[in-house]
Design a protein around this ligand. Structure first.
Ligand SMILES: [Zn+2]
Length: 102
């Protein structure tokens, strides 16, 4: 199975097999991360600058801003979904997420 993962529209979208699947402007909850000092950060994504497929997992590197402490910057790899039977299944941004160091 071949799945192509790309960053589109100057980082506004992650495209999977040519379909815009995950966009910025969602609030993502990070529980294991080095993005800022918050134990649990709520980060409003502002853009994606990299994306990849690792096994069946789709990951992206976003930039954003923590709405709790105001820290702004980029982060490591965030899992945004996975592929199941050829279909993209997105994760829920409001669940707690772990950031894989780049
Ligand atoms: Zn923070």
């Amino acid at each position: 199975m071949c799945v192509s993962v790309r960053v589109l529209d100057d980082g506004a979208w992650i495209s999977i097999d040519g379909t815009r699947e995950v966009g910025v402007s969602d609030l993502w909850r990070l529980s294991e991360h080095e993005f800022c000092q918050c134990a649990t950060a709520d980060v409003l994504l502002e853009g994606f600058f990299d994306a990849r497929k690792r096994g069946d997992i789709i990951e992206a590197r976003p930039t954003g801003r923590c709405i709790i402490c105001g820290e702004r910057g980029s982060m490591g790899w965030l899992t945004i979904g996975h592929v199941e039977d050829g279909e993209f299944v997105p994760v829920d941004p409001s669940h707690e997420h772990r950031i894989e160091p780049p």
